[in-house]
Write a protein that binds this ligand. Structure first.
Ligand SMILES: Cc1ncc(COP(=O)(O)O)c(C=O)c1O
Length: 326
């Protein structure tokens, strides 16, 4: 799994007694397929790609890797609902897709989420896991039809009211994405060329949800100064990684994982593996990820932006970069 994602992606692995193995992202800010391949061990159970900040991971290379190694590929689509890769919706390419509908997401029902899969057995087991393993088989009191059908599940049910809100939100997806993309295109077209200015690489620009635009500047120091000056211009800009600001989206702050914390005295999940075979966690183990994130300027996009908003944002960016980069 990638070093840049909300902590929940790692916590989810540990919560089902898996041991997260953390690998570098590259200039797409998603899991680097080569780093993922190097991180595989004889114990690897799955590869997790996170479609961070609205844009698809490197699905060609990761699907190929998963197939070559006979591993499931899990898509974390929490931040990219509605996005696609070469015409296929995110969450429909891997073995399973995981969506979040909390209040901060592209589509929201307050809280909640869902899983997509075209594997019926996985669907049956996921259904059971999320609903105390009590209700969903055709004959709920029958013996198991196949080894692995009966187990003690948990309760991750959304309420029907949240489900109704989620369904209405899903119907709005394409209208919202059209608004995001229109605004992104206007802002992007309005930004001048500057020496040293780069943009996050998109694996499929047409499928990007366009919830943000991420610029790269040459150094972390310039990035900090740019963000301060962009704020002064009223541009909705933010840093992604600043070594002085804690943030659960960056592995270096995942104390619970790096310090191998446990919920119970049995020491799980870490005690399940001989110590010599545990990943060697450290706060600087993914230097490329920290370098890229430290030089990233995140411009928030709103799907309701009008032309004037977009021109003002591009104008503010030009003003600041003109001062800092020329
Ligand atoms: C990339 C990513 N994965 C997983 C999650 C967890 O989603 P939830 O809080 O709905 O479980 C989030 C956000 O909360 C996220 O941003």
């Amino acid at each position: 799994m990638p070093a840049y994602t909300f902590f929940a992606s790692a916590a989810g692995v540990a919560a089902c007694n898996g041991i997260p193995v953390i690998a570098e992202v590259d200039d797409s800010l998603t899991l680097d397929p080569e780093a993922a391949e190097r991180a595989l061990t004889r114990r690897t159970k799955a590869i997790v790609v996170v479609h961070m900040r609205g844009a698809a991971g490197q699905m060609d290379a990761l699907l190929d890797l998963a197939k070559r190694k006979g591993l499931p590929l899990v898509e974390d689509v929490a931040q990219a609902a509605g996005g696609s890769f070469r015409g296929k919706r995110l969450g429909s390419l891997g073995t399973a897709g995981c969506f979040s509908f909390d209040h901060y997401k592209i589509l929201s029902s307050g809280e909640g989420g869902f899983i997509t899969t075209d594997d019926e057995w996985l669907y049956t087991r996921a259904q059971s896991w999320h609903d105390t393993a009590a209700c969903w088989r055709p004959d709920r009191f029958a013996h198991e039809r196949r080894e692995g059908e009966l187990f003690a599940g948990e309760n991750y049910r959304m309420s029907e009211l949240q489900g109704a809100v989620a369904m209405a939100q899903i119907r709005k997806t394409d209208t919202m994405l059209a608004g995001y993309r229109r605004a992104r295109d206007l802002i992007r077209a309005g930004i001048d060329k500057f020496p040293g200015l780069g943009f996050r690489r998109l694996t499929d620009p047409a499928g990007d949800t366009a919830i943000c635009l991420i610029l790269y500047l040459p150094t972390a120091d310039l990035t900090r100064r740019a963000i301060e000056e962009l704020h002064a211009e009223g541009v909705p800009a933010g840093g992604v990684y600043d070594s002085k600001v804690r943030d659960w989206h960056i592995y270096t702050y995942w104390d619970h994982i790096i310090e191998k914390k446990c919920v119970a005295a049995d020491g799980l999940p870490w005690s399940a593996v001989p110590a010599a075979e545990l990943p060697k966690y450290s706060r600087d183990m993914c230097p490329r990820t920290l370098d890229l994130l430290g030089r990233s300027v995140h411009i928030e996009i709103n799907h309701n932006y009008g032309d004037e908003d977009c021109h003002a944002i591009a104008g503010g960016i030009n003003k600041v970069l003109h001062h800092l980069l020329r």
